[in-house]
Design a protein around this ligand. Structure first.
Ligand code: SF4
Length: 338
């Protein structure tokens, strides 16, 4: 659920996505969307096009220990590392003519990669819309200035509580004060530089522990000049197990109890648009079908061997798409996907 505080900023942000896209990227999107509609309506598989959006993983390590995060909990089964500038540059050189949207976060805290500001600058110069999500523990003045100067389009700041006691129940080792300071400062610096970028989103992951603090967060965001607040439902690593994190207000949960007492998804998807239209690239260049594949179990290829366009159009990726979706649940990751 999104709560928009500044419609002017929201319109500017949306226009920025469209303006940066241009006709080639819009045509690419239209081709993919048409193919996807044919597939979902008539089961006719015609997949033509290149990824509309790409997610890169600047690094898969983190400075916090959030309770449901495999990176923070040290549960990722793959190697830890940081994306080099040459890998990032290779990706951008490949995708910039057709990719409209670049997420610069997957597992881990992106600001732990020293190249992150160069990543933002490089992608912005190639006219790609850029988005970064952070726990805001490392957003000092210098980092905030660089983010604004290098023209990041969107920043998502995690703030999952209105008091330190509640905040740190999920964001273990995190400081709420640092988050609040970062939010206020980025808005101040934007004003000083007279720029609308980045669009500032505060993301609040709703849990049973913090659900009664939503109104306080809303007030904080409104008073601080945040552009949008996102109330996000939590994804459980193991939904079959009863979890104390699930909010009691069902509206904020993606799960429900079935008649036999099991925790199941409220709604399931049959055809997967994410793997149809986008891809995720880990810090070491492995191409994955979506962000649910945190452990990189479904590697479609590596960008050191082929470019993304080739990997995106190979039989392995096509076969994956045909079988993806939480209703079909051919793959473990899809069982927990909305
Ligand atoms: S988990 Fe499966 S259904 Fe969900 S986005 Fe990934 S590939 Fe698609």
């Amino acid at each position: 659920m999104n709560i928009i505080f500044s419609y002017k900023a929201w319109v500017l942000d949306f226009s920025s996505i469209i303006c940066k896209a241009g006709y080639k990227k819009i045509l690419n999107y239209a081709r993919l969307k048409t193919g996807f509609l044919f597939y979902s309506l008539f089961h006719l598989y015609i997949h033509k096009g290149r990824p509309v959006s790409i997610t890169v993983e600047p690094c898969n390590v983190c400075n916090l220990k959030c309770t449901e995060c495999p990176s923070g909990q040290g549960n990722l089964s793959r190697k830890n590392g940081r994306m080099s500038f040459s890998v990032f540059n290779k990706i951008v050189e490949d995708i910039y003519p057709y990719c409209a949207y670049l997420n610069m976060y997957f597992q881990g805290e992106p600001l732990l990669n020293n190249h992150i500001f160069d990543f933002i600058k490089t992608a912005s110069e190639k006219n790609i819309y850029t988005s970064l999500s952070t726990n805001a523990q490392l957003l000092d003045d210098e980092a905030l200035q660089k983010i604004i100067d290098n023209k990041l389009d969107r920043i998502i700041i995690s703030m999952d509580g209105a008091t330190q006691e509640i905040y740190e129940k999920y964001r273990v080792s995190g400081s709420l004060e640092l988050v609040k300071e970062s939010v206020k400062k980025i808005i101040l610096f934007k004003k000083q530089k007279q720029t609308s970028k980045p669009f500032v989103i505060v993301q609040f992951l709703v849990t049973r522990q913090n659900e009664n603090q939503i109104s306080e967060i809303k007030t904080f965001c409104k008073n601080s000049g945040v552009d949008m607040l996102t109330l996000k439902s939590i994804q459980l690593t193991n939904p079959e197990k009863e979890s104390e994190l699930l909010p009691s207000n069902q509206y904020f949960s993606r799960y429900k109890k079935s008649s036999d007492g099991k925790i199941i998804l409220k709604k399931q998807i049959k055809y997967c648009w994410r793997s149809w239209s986008s891809a995720v690239i880990t810090w070491d260049g492995n191409v994955l079908p979506c962000c649910f594949d945190k452990d990189a179990k479904h590697i479609m290829g590596n960008i050191s061997e082929k470019n993304i366009t080739e990997i995106f159009s190979e039989e392995k990726f096509h076969a994956f798409r045909k079988n993806a979706g939480s209703v079909k649940a051919h793959f473990g990751i899809c069982k927990n996907c909305i």
